[in-house]
Design a protein around this ligand. Sequence first.
Ligand code: SAM
Ligand code: DTB
Ligand code: SF4
Length: 352
Amino acid sequence: MTATELRHDWTLQEARELFELPFNDLLFRAQSVHRQHFDPNEVQVSTLLSIKTGACPEDCKYCPQSGHYNTGLEKEKLLEIEKVVAEAKAAKQKGASRFCMGAAWRSPSKKDMPYVLDMVKQVKSLGLETCMTLGMLKEEQAVELADAGLDYYNHNLDTSEKYYSHIITTRTYQDRLDTLDNVRKAGMKVCCGGIMGMGEDEDDRVGLLMQLANLPHHPESVPVNMLVKVKGTPMEDMEDLDPFEFIRIIAVARIMMPASHVRLSAGRENMNEQMQALCFMAGANSIFYGEKLLTTANPEADADMLLFKRLGIRPEQREQCASEEQEEEAIVEAVEYEGTRHMFYDATRESA
Ligand code: SAM
Ligand code: DTB
Ligand code: SF4
C-alpha cells in the first residue's frame, strides 16, 4: 500500500463531507489511512507537568488557571529545576517517552528564560523527548529553546477562527499563528490542536481541522482535547459533547493529517474504555499518561497500561541511539508488568 500524500489544500466542502460519512465508513477510511503511516498497535505516551500554575493574565474561558476566574486553584511559582528533573525521571521510569512542561503564562519573561532553558537541557539529558508550552514566543525565544534542545513546542489554536473570539479576548488568532510560525522557523516540531465541546458547531470543528491541515507543514502532534469542565470557569455548565461526534473528529483529523500523531488529549477521565478504544481505531495514536494533566485529573497510569494490554497496544519507542536501547527495553518490561500486575494474585505478599 502506498502512503497517502500529505495535502495542504483541503476545502470546507471536502472536510464537511468526511464528517457526514456514515460512522463505519468514516472509521474504516481513517483506519486505512492510519495503517499506511503508522503501526496500528502503537501509541505514543507523554507525561505532563505544570511548571508554573495559575494566576495567568489571559482570559481563556475553559481554563482553570486563568486569573480572571475563581476556580479555587492553588497558584504556584516556577518550580525548581531539581523538582522538574525528579518528576521527569519518574515519568520515564513509568514508561513515558516524552516529557511536556506547561506554564500558565501569556509568554515567558526575560527573567524566566534561563531557568526554562536549563530545564530543557536537564530533562533531555535523561534521554526523554522534551516538549514545552509556555504561551506566545517571539522569534528569538523560539531560537533559544531550539538551541537548548527542545524537541516540541505546544501551542494550540483551540478552535476555528470564527468561534475564537467567544473563547479568548486577550490574544488573537493571528498571535497564535505567529507563534507557530516562529516555532517552525526555529526548527522545532509543532504540537498544535484544540478543544472540543466548548459550544462550537460542526463548522467550527471542521474549521479548526482545516486550519491545522492547511498549515505549510502539518503539526507533528495534534492534541484533540475534550473540554474538562472546571467549576468557576465560564464553561463549567457546558453541554456534553456526543461521544460519536468526538470520535468522528479524531477520524477526520487522521484523514486530513495522515502522518501526524493525533493525541487523545484532555478529557479521558470522562471517556469509558470503549470510547477510548474507538478513538484509537479512528486513528488516535498518542495519549497523556500519568494521574494529572496540568491541574486536573487524568486516568491512573496502571489503568492505562492495563487498557493497552487488553487492546494489544504497545507504547511507542522514542527514536534513539543504540546505547539507549537496553534501558528502553527494561522500561517496556516494567510497563508490561505494571499493566498485568492487577490481574494476578501476589502469593509473595503477606496478608494484613
Ligand atoms: N499558557 C499556555 C498557553 O495557553 O499557550 C500553555 C498552557 S495551556 C493550559 C495549554 C492548553 O491546554 C490550552 O491551549 C488548551 O488547549 C488546553 N486546556 C486548558 N484548559 C483546558 C480544559 N479545561 N479542557 C481541555 N483543554 C484545556
Ligand atoms: C494540550 O493540548 N492539552 C494539555 C497540553 N496541551 C498542555 C493540557 C490540558 C490541560 C487540561 C486542564 C488542566 O489540567 O489544567
Ligand atoms: Fe493562561 Fe494558557 Fe490557561 Fe489561557 S490556556 S488562561 S494562556 S494557562
